[in-house]
Write a protein that binds this ligand. Structure first.
Ligand SMILES: N[C@@H](CCC(=O)N[C@@H](CS)C(=O)NCC(=O)O)C(=O)O
Length: 76
């Protein structure tokens, strides 16, 4: 699994803090630069559907872009 993450935004931070609190370390972190518009590139939009971070990409290619849903999935 991968988390598409950016450092200076509240919703990705929520997921990052949740992962720290739960001790979840086996998820690859993929940095996304909002300043450079990486979340608006066609390859990102094709996965996410929305120009938003965070995004969780599962091994089967399924993607989730809601931070609370990502936290609930990781917990389960
Ligand atoms: N409902 C989403 C909202 C995600 C969201 O708004 N992310 C912001 C960063 S906190 C974003 O990606 N903004 C893109 C932009 O400003 O272009 C969630 O809860 O994760």
């Amino acid at each position: 699994m991968k988390i598409y993450d950016t450092q200076r935004a509240p919703n990705p931070r929520r997921v990052r803090l949740f992962m720290i609190e739960k001790g979840i370390e086996d998820v690859e972190i993929v940095p996304v630069s909002l300043l450079e518009g990486a979340h608006k590139q066609p390859d990102y939009l094709a996965k996410a559907g929305l120009a938003n971070v965070p995004m969780l990409e599962m091994d089967d290619g399924t993607c989730i872009t809601e931070s609370l849903a990502i936290c609930r999935y990781l917990e389960s």
